[in-house]
Write a protein that binds this ligand. Structure first.
Ligand code: PEP
Ligand code: MN
Length: 346
């Protein structure tokens, strides 16, 4: 239920309405927008029907939220969400998050080399996996906590926010100690225990679309995180399974404007996992920005042939710099900004 308040509604009136909601055993969520102030109430909406909230001073209308996802919907919050990822890097509302780095963290020197190059090219979030969800149990599974430490140190040295994948609810506390942004991978998009656990943290979560997930599945998974208290969910399109195997997955770019119509969360596009082919990544990255995405996620490696994971889809740092030059021009054309990470004191 959304309670739309009159523009002239006073703080005392807002308190009075919220007290009434709490007395019914429900939780009000106040949202002060630029244009309107709303109170969202999610739960047993029937309880509210017994209270004539329309009659309360300051209330303009009371509307049901029609979408099955509530907190993620624009009915709940009309304006785009904007999140601060650290080092002054924002995402959403016209600010683009440019995530780049190797698939897996392999060591300090190589991550620093890649990180230095992608930052110089304009990336504003450094990625690297310490826990890798591999299709085969015999493939490299990641460096674990040692990898997390390397990522944190390189992020601090380069003064840029870092993102890394968390695969298990039992790892959330550990990963939280090192990362600025959690990544929930495609294979875990419907790991509801994991979603609830990252939902209890206060760090942004990038939620990747499952390979056979519908848009509604993705938004319902985002809702799990939001319902646990964490408002900072970034969606990520990384391609879905198709009958065609000439690319690794099928990039569903239409999902960007599609989701943006009804959902206020930022959306990043990952052309690396979507295509699996370095020569297709620049065109799909350009298309992502042109489609209105709030960022682009690209895997980069200084020596793809030696990469321990996903080397065949990695761009070389120079290739990444070429893509970023084009993305900067497109960003300017579409009135978007690519925040530059700022130094951050202790
Ligand atoms: C990754 O980002 O390295 C990854 C494993 O991605 P996805 O979950 O989209 O397959
Ligand atoms: Mn990868």
């Amino acid at each position: 239920m959304i309670i739309v308040l009159k523009p002239e509604c006073t703080d005392e009136q807002i308190d009075h309405i919220q007290e009434q909601i709490v007395s019914l055993g429900l939780k009000p969520e106040l949202s002060r927008g630029v244009k309107r102030t709303l109170i969202g109430v999610i739960g047993e909406e029937d309880l509210l029907r017994s209270a004539p909230l329309e009659a309360f001073p300051g209330v303009e209308t009371v509307m049901p939220i029609l979408k099955p996802y509530k907190r993620a919907s624009r009915e709940f919050q009309a304006e785009d969400s904007v999140f601060d990822l650290g080092h002054g890097v924002r995402i959403g509302g016209g600010a683009l998050g440019m995530v780049a780095g190797p698939c897996a963290i392999e060591g300090h020197a190589v991550l620093l080399e890649i990180g230095t190059a992608v930052k110089a090219a304009g990336a504003n979030i450094l990625r690297g996996g310490a826990f890798k969800p591999r299709t085969s149990p015999y493939s490299f599974q990641g460096m674990g906590e040692e990898g997390l430490e390397i990522l944190r140190n390189v992020g601090d040295e380069l003064q840029m926010p870092v993102i890394t994948e968390v695969m298990d609810p039992r790892q959330v506390e550990l990963v939280d100690r090192y990362t600025d942004v959690f990544q929930v991978g495609a294979r875990n998009m419907q790991n509801f225990n994991l979603l609830s656990e990252v939902g209890k943290t206060s760090k942004p979560v990038m939620l990747k679309r499952g390979m056979s997930a519908t848009i509604s599945d993705l938004l319902m998974s985002a809702e799990y995180i939001l319902a646990s208290g964490n408002k900072e969910v970034i969606l990520c399109e990384r391609g879905i399974r198709s009958f065609d195997n000439s690319t690794r997955n099928l990039l569903d770019l239409a999902m960007v404007p599609n989701i943006q119509q009804t959902c206020h969360l930022p959306i990043i596009v990952d052309p690396s996992h979507a295509t699996g082919r370095p020569e297709l990544i620049p065109a799909m990255a350009r298309a992502a920005v042109a489609s209105g995405a709030d960022g682009v996620h690209i895997e980069v490696h200084s020596c793809p042939e030696k990469a321990m994971s996903d080397g065949s889809q990695a761009l070389l740092p120079d290739q990444y710099a070429g893509v970023m030059e084009e993305l900067k021009q497109l960003a300017a054309l579409f009135d978007k900004v690519i925040p530059v990470p700022q130094e951050q004191g202790e």
